[in-house]
Design a protein around this ligand. Structure first.
Ligand SMILES: Cc1cc2nc3c(=O)[nH]c(=O)nc-3n(C[C@H](O)[C@H](O)[C@H](O)COP(=O)(O)OP(=O)(O)OC[C@H]3O[C@@H](n4cnc5c(N)ncnc54)[C@H](O)[C@@H]3O)c2cc1C
Length: 432
């Protein structure tokens, strides 16, 4: 174990922690652990932070692949990037991918991440065959939807609080090309973008960028991006050099004027109401991955991503309330992503529920918490909740009101002896 300064992707809070870096599961001594497993640290807040952290980054091997079923068994620290590099040239892709490929398999499972196709195929863990989990007792057990299903549904989306994901088997999907046929649709306001989401529900992938500072008749103006895998054989991997933000940007760089100017330009650069493009899957799924350390853009105090979901029945009204409040606060985000989500699954703490989700980045400022507490109240009022993997500040009361299955989750944590060995700053804050 070594002592390190460590944070989530939002770079706030930063803590000093004991970091263990095993290279094999056998090196993990559970009896001496009271902490949390960690993958690539792409969760924004404090879910992968604790006094003791077990980094899984070096437990990252491929174990087996079934070419008929597309089932891939690999170690918990394997990244989606590593999987894509090997399997895309062979004609396979991830069933579900988040907006960065620099996440580990264990992290993707622990957050039950969703992608641009959630409305069609559900979340990451809906495409898992099984998980091998190291329990607090030191025993490694397998769980799946049919074997120790209570443990499986607590571990998927369970933020590392049931045990350490040593390995898992995921299902890949066949693709014929690395090209995505993209359609860009321009929406003048929130009502219009909701109508476009509904009219294009059949599209495999859909996601919208939204101008969160627009107000009045422009409130919610957006660009909706639809996508389909191209059917014509072409397997080109991108090899361009990634750019990097070398140091913390001045905190004044991102302010309401720069963000408003960016948003206006970004919206206006698309002239047609409907346009079509062919793009490589990398910029389509992972637009930010080409800019390393982009989290330094927000300056040395870091930032926070606020992501919530509101059930469909309340979607337009609830989202309007929230956008009005954000627009009035003048605290903008140039990264504001709107997505329609499909049905909720059986995992106890998974985020997705049928409705609309919005993710916004906010620079840490002294009066930010007050705004977010107000937004929490609106989210609760409309029956929604906040995404745990983005969270660093939600109250225990808000969490428990909006994740009603938390008590079942705690029963499973107790049943498998996890409460004494697996805890994070987040789990302590949320009373888990
Ligand atoms: C640019 C960007 C875009 C993103 N886009 C999306 C998106 O579109 N959809 C989405 O759902 N999420 C998205 N995310 C969030 C990200 O996918 C999740 O936070 C994911 O969990 C990060 O994986 P990680 O390996 O970095 O995990 P970490 O951040 O290291 O850990 C996250 C959680 O997983 C647990 N964990 C990690 N490894 C293990 C293990 N082996 N065993 C048990 N528990 C473990 C940790 O304890 C912690 O609770 C995005 C993040 C970024 C930075």
């Amino acid at each position: 174990m070594s002592k390190e300064l460590i944070s989530g992707w939002g770079r706030n809070p930063i803590i000093e922690a004991q970091l263990a870096t095993p290279t094999q599961p056998e090196q993990i001594d559970i009896s001496s652990i009271n902490g949390i497993p960690r993958g690539m640290g792409r969760s924004y807040g404090d879910s992968a932070l604790a006094d003791q952290i077990i980094s899984m980054q070096q437990i990252d091997s491929f174990i087996s692949f079934n070419e008929k079923s597309g089932e891939l068994h690999c170690a918990g620290g394997t990244t989606l990037d590593e999987i894509l590099k090997v399997f895309v040239p062979k004609g396979w892709f991830l069933s579900v991918t988040p907006g960065t490929k620099f996440v580990s398999l264990g992290g993707a499972i622990a957050s039950d991440v969703h992608g641009k196709n959630h409305h069609k195929v559900g979340s990451f863990c809906d495409h898992l065959s099984s998980i091998k989990l190291l329990l607090a007792s030191g025993e490694a057990v397998s769980c799946s939807p049919t074997q120790k299903s209570d443990l499986f549904h607590a571990t998927c989306g369970g933020m590392g609080l049931t045990g350490i994901i040593i390995s898992a088997t995921i299902k890949l999907i066949p693709i014929k090309s690395t090209v995505i046929n993209q359609q860009t649709l321009k929406a003048a306001n929130l009502k219009e973008v909701f109508e476009l989401f509904e009219a294009n529900y059949h599209s495999t992938y859909s996601v919208a960028w939204i101008d969160c500072l627009a107000s009045g008749k422009n409130l919610g103006r957006s660009l909706l991006y639809l996508g389909e895998h191209d059917e014509n054989s072409s397997f080109e991997m991108q090899s361009g050099r990634e750019k990097s933000i070398p140091f913390d940007m001045p905190t004044t760089l991102l302010n309401r004027f720069t963000i408003q100017a960016f948003n206006t330009l970004y919206y206006r650069k698309v002239c047609d109401r409907v346009s079509r493009q062919q793009v490589h899957y990398e910029p389509y799924f992972y637009p930010l991955d080409s800019l390393q350390h982009w989290n330094r853009l927000y300056g040395r105090h870091g930032f926070l991503q606020y992501q919530f979901v509101i059930p469909k029945r309340a979607g337009l009204e609830g989202m309007t309330q929230i956008l009005k409040r954000i627009s009035a606060s003048k605290k903008g985000s140039f990264l504001a992503v709107l997505k329609e989500l499909g049905r909720q699954n059986s995992n106890l703490l998974s985020f997705p529920m049928e409705g609309y989700t919005l993710a916004l980045d906010f620079k840490w400022e002294s009066d930010l918490l007050q705004l977010l507490n107000e937004l929490d109240q609106i989210v609760l009022e409309y029956g929604g909740h906040i995404y745990l993997t983005k969270d660093a500040r939600m109250s225990e009361a808000t969490f428990k009101e909006s994740y009603p299955r938390w008590e079942q989750f705690m029963e499973i944590r107790h049943k498998y002896g996890a409460t004494e060995h697996f805890n994070s700053l987040q789990s302590k804050r949320l009373g888990l």
